[in-house]
Structure formats: C-alpha cells, structure tokens
Write a protein that binds this ligand. Structure first.
Ligand code: DAT
Ligand code: MG
Length: 152
C-alpha cells in the first residue's frame, strides 16, 4: 500500500450544476479518505499560480475566468495511490473523450467546463495542496472502514 494525498477541486460548474454531493459520494464509496475540504472562490492570483503551466496557451484566459467565476470545493483525498485513482475517476480532460462512469464522462460536454480538477502527480499534489490549505486545515484520523479496505 502506497499511501498518497492528492488534491481535487470541484470547479464552479460542478458546484452550480449541483454535483458536489454526487462527486464527494463517489470518492467516499471508492474508499478515498477526505482529510480536508472547503468551499473557496479562487482568486486571479491563485488561478495564475495554480495554472502556471498553462500561461501563454490560447485557453489560459477563459480558463482563468472560468475557475474564478464562483465558488469551488477544494479537497484533499488520501488513500492507496490516491493520485492515480482520483484521476482515473475523473476521466480524460475533454469530457467528450472521457469514459462513461467517470465524473467528466458522466457530467461533462465541453473541455472548457470539465467539472473537476485532480493533481496529475505527487509533486503537483503537494504544490496544489499547499496552495489551497494550511497544514492545520489538513486532518489526520483513522477511518472505521480502513481495516476492510486494504488487504495484506
Ligand atoms: P487536466 O485538468 O485533465 O489535468 P490540463 O492540466 O491539461 O488537464 O488542463 C487544465 C485545464 O485546462 C483542463 O481541465 C481544462 C483546460 N483545458 C485544457 N486543454 C484545453 C483546451 N485544449 N481547450 C480549452 N480548455 C482546455
Ligand atoms: Mg492538469
């Protein structure tokens, strides 16, 4: 078991369209542990650092407008290979290409409104977690289902 923490953000369209509960429920059912969660309106400055790898790309400006347009739900998920598992549950970046059964595949129709973000590596996860949460906001607890979730 490789315990990892990953960062996920339900973007403003996911909040507006009423998918918070469904998305959180998917992570819970999968067995990923929510160790931090809050609603935030992403500022322009945060958007620029969070999406710094996309500065200069043609979709950067609309992406920034979208991500700052209203409240998002930020969370830290923990579990075995959490980075890979959460990305898999989200599906391909473009909802058109995302498999049915994934969050983007089930709820999305356009790459410019793709509902959710997930860290793409452990390095990104660490950076993104620290951009959104202080150490004190991240909890550390044992969940009752853990003994039934993991084998030898
Ligand atoms: P992902 O969110 O799957 O990690 P990414 O990091 O490549 O994808 O891009 C970040 C976000 O930018 C993505 O969720 C939606 C937007 N985006 C990416 N490629 C795009 C494109 N070709 N046109 C419009 N928006 C795009
Ligand atoms: Mg990405």
């Amino acid at each position: 078991m490789t315990k990892e923490r990953t960062f996920s953000l339900i973007k403003p369209d996911g909040v507006q369209r009423g998918f918070i509960g469904d998305i959180v429920s998917r992570f819970e059912r999968k067995g990923l542990k929510i160790v931090a969660m809050k609603m935030v309106v992403v500022s322009e400055d945060l958007a620029k650092s969070y999406y710094s790898e996309h500065i200069g790309k043609p979709f950067f400006e609309p992406l920034t407008r979208y991500i700052t347009s209203g409240p998002s739900v930020a969370m830290v998920l923990e579990g075995d290979q959490a980075v890979k598992v959460a990305r898999k549950m989200m599906g391909a970046t473009n909802p058109i290409d995302a498999d049915q059964g994934t969050i983007r595949g089930d709820f999305g129709l356009h790459v410019g409104k793709n509902i959710i973000h997930g860290s793409d590596s452990l390095t990104s996860a660490e950076r993104e977690i620290s951009q959104f949460f202080t150490e004190e906001e991240i909890t550390n607890y044992k969940k009752v289902d853990e003994d039934w979730l993991y084998g030898e």
